[in-house]
Design a protein around this ligand. Sequence first.
Ligand code: ATP
Ligand code: MG
Length: 344
Amino acid sequence: MSEIRTIGILGGGQLGRMLSAAASRLGLRCHIYEPGAAPAGDVAWRLTTAPYEDETALRAFAESVDVITYEFENVPTSALDLLESLRPIRPGRRSLAVSQDRLTEKTFLNEIGLATAPFADVPDQGALDEAIARIGRPSILKTRRMGYDGKGQVRIGDGPAEWTGAPSVLEGFVDFSAEISVIIARGADGQTAAYDPGLNVHEGGILRRTTIPCGLPARLTTDAVLIAARIANALDHVGVMGVELFVTPGGLIVNEIAPRVHNSGHWTQAGCAVDQFEQHIRAVAGLPLGDGRRHADVVMENLIGDDIARVPALLAQPSTQIHLYGKAQARPGRKMGHVNRITG
Ligand code: ATP
Ligand code: MG
């Protein structure tokens, strides 16, 4: 067995909560660090509630754990520098740097030979006008940092285009036939284990549903897995990673990378012997990766905002697994839980 007994997790949302539960099944314990409300705190060994600027709290957190991971990639660099001087951070800094910033991310992907939407750096209004002239309309203006669930994005249509004031990238609009994602785990020894790609449907910029199998030809799904493995290797990634891809007539285009467990991988809880949360814990704890082969067809649906009212009815449905995150208040667009339906 590995020497690791206690795992520190930066971020205390639902991903941290499910990571903590998976760690506990392996006899490990988790210490959550979260500045705000922490659904993960309910199921973890310890919770620290402090800002990422609190050096004393960061130090005490690091000293109480054997290794540090994260469920949230937008942790400030200063906090990461301090933590890394005390304990290893897995996945490593390169995975974080690349996925924290859409400009760095797309540049990296192109450098390793992978296709992305056409993009341009947009630091100001002048750059936006030039970028639109080059990339065309429709296009999407996205903040370089801190975007999630479609936040920080503006669609550029036919009207006047105004820069948002935040350092951004302009992306050409991709006319995709489908969105898929690959969840891949990579161990410290470089071994990888990828889950079958899932088909994702977004509504209002938020993931609504993931269906597995995705129904695409094997040559496409194989390509998707190879792309994910290439990214994980290039970053020397240790842990789970989610890679979102657009399917187009010209082939696969990488949308973005998440250096962590991913919403579109929640189906693995019902579809695989070892789910993405356990796989991540195994990788960061230095344990061998588990069996991620799929033994069932699954549809994962997010419970967003008022969907929470459907829970009593869902509880009565057969072949249905319900995961609730313990969040006190349902707000529009807030992920409250998810449902995994075994469909075959
Ligand atoms: P999430 O947290 O859900 O991953 P995000 O805020 O990081 O979202 P993106 O993944 O970049 O944002 O975009 C959200 C969704 O918007 C995509 O899944 C896709 O449906 C749509 N989208 C984003 N970029 C493009 C594009 N260039 N062309 C067409 N559609 C796009
Ligand atoms: Mg996305």
